[in-house]
Design a protein around this ligand. Sequence first.
Ligand SMILES: Cc1ncc(COP(=O)(O)O)c(C=O)c1O
Length: 521
Amino acid sequence: MNLIALSERILSKLPPRMAEAMYRAAQRVPRVRRLLESEYADLLESAPIPDPAADTVFATIPEQPLSRDEIIDKVTALAAVEEEDGRQGRASGAIYHGDREHIKLLNEVYAVNSQSNPLHIDLWPSGVKYEAEVVAMTAAMLGGNETEDEIVGTVTSGGTESIIMAMKAYRDMAGIRNPEMVIPNSAHVAFDKAAHYLGYKQVKVPVGPDYRVDVGAMARAVTRKTVVVAGSAPGFPHGVIDPIAELADMARERGAGFHTDACLGGFILPWAARLGYDVPPFDFRLPGVTSMSADTHKYGYAAKGTSVVMYRGRELRRHQYFVATDWPGGLYYSPTMAGSRPGALVATAWAAMLSMGEQGYMEATRSIFETGARIRAGIEAMDGLRVLGDPLWVIAYTSDTVNIYEVMAQMANRGWSLNGLHQPPAVHMALTLRHTQPGIAEAFLSDLAAAVDEAAASGSEPQTGSAPIYGMAATFPARRAVGDLLRRYIDKLYEPRWASQSMPLPPGEVPERGEGDEGPT
Ligand SMILES: Cc1ncc(COP(=O)(O)O)c(C=O)c1O
């Protein structure tokens, strides 16, 4: 038996805190640490490390400049493989629109604005217009036109930054020591990142059997120190919508702010409601909702790198801003985390919204929801799988008979890139416009049926791809060990691709990859 398996056996008999302490203590013993390192390395051997199949590796800046054509050839060769993969609609989330003409429009808008930096509004006043209009359009879509209050916001680099910014605003407005946030444990990990950076105490409330959080349990978690409560519409893992109206009322009664995380649903649920789907209220029409996040770079169909964070009233937004009045570099103000910001990406978000229009968003939502219903029904009809909760278009499922991570790995062998979940072990697929193409839902369901059969044949222990790591992560009692493994995985991604070659490269020299040469792995 290896050390990880042995530790799992011993530590799982201990209360979680003691298991963590034992792991820390064991790590201090050099021999144990060395053994663990080698076992982590073995585990990571099976982890899928992307191979970009590049013909040339650059370890240093080339002495002679490459020509424009050489560079374009290299990037188009790399992108061609990825585009083909993505276009087939085999990934969960990730590519939300993907139509060639749509991407071409975004690219053209980007190209026109590639130098734009909203930090220098004197040089690029158009950036101010694009950002203000993206915020206004998003706020109006999310109930901003149906409340007396002014709904304001900013564009950020993505859902995570939107959530961090909102949490910063609540923290700074409250101005108390040791502020707390109360969130469902299904809330996106961006709240953990916010707590980590901003010094919050996080109180996480477990979700119920329907994967929605219980309002009473959330209320009991609120204390004098709670400055914000949050819920998701929907949550990333199971795609279900928390009881936002009740949670927002509860937070309001207790004098706390309430953030609806609609990063995933913000640009799809309003249209679903208009199409007649049963969508509970989740936006600024609810008086208790004091902030929201909605991602333009997901179902807003913009290029990657934008999201909108919104507030009920300017005062809260002001607490998001950063200003410096005594810096020798001048008077400085910045609305979000970054200093210089990509104005071109804001322009693509603006262009995506104009090019979709209400009609485009409605049509997109209709086809995604119809495909979602078909896929959900197909999974429900499948022996060995069980759908979690009552999802609409982000569909999570598990199995009571086969190892679900092995099913995920078998799907990966068939080209499907699904999201692994844990607590409980499950897999999900967030449907996008890519999956509404003819034949994709059918291919998904038939591959899934085959993957379940193969998982059943392979026995209970996960065998392939990331399955062993998920297997370890799902059950290992010392969570610090799982974190250590993940840190080493990130290290591996930064390892130069040539590291596995026997000869170190002389500085500046690049290996050419010959035909049929698999290259470094
Ligand atoms: C509900 C939810 N919130 C926040 C995020 C974070 O978004 P991003 O990856 O753009 O930072 C996601 C991402 O999937 C999400 O699904």
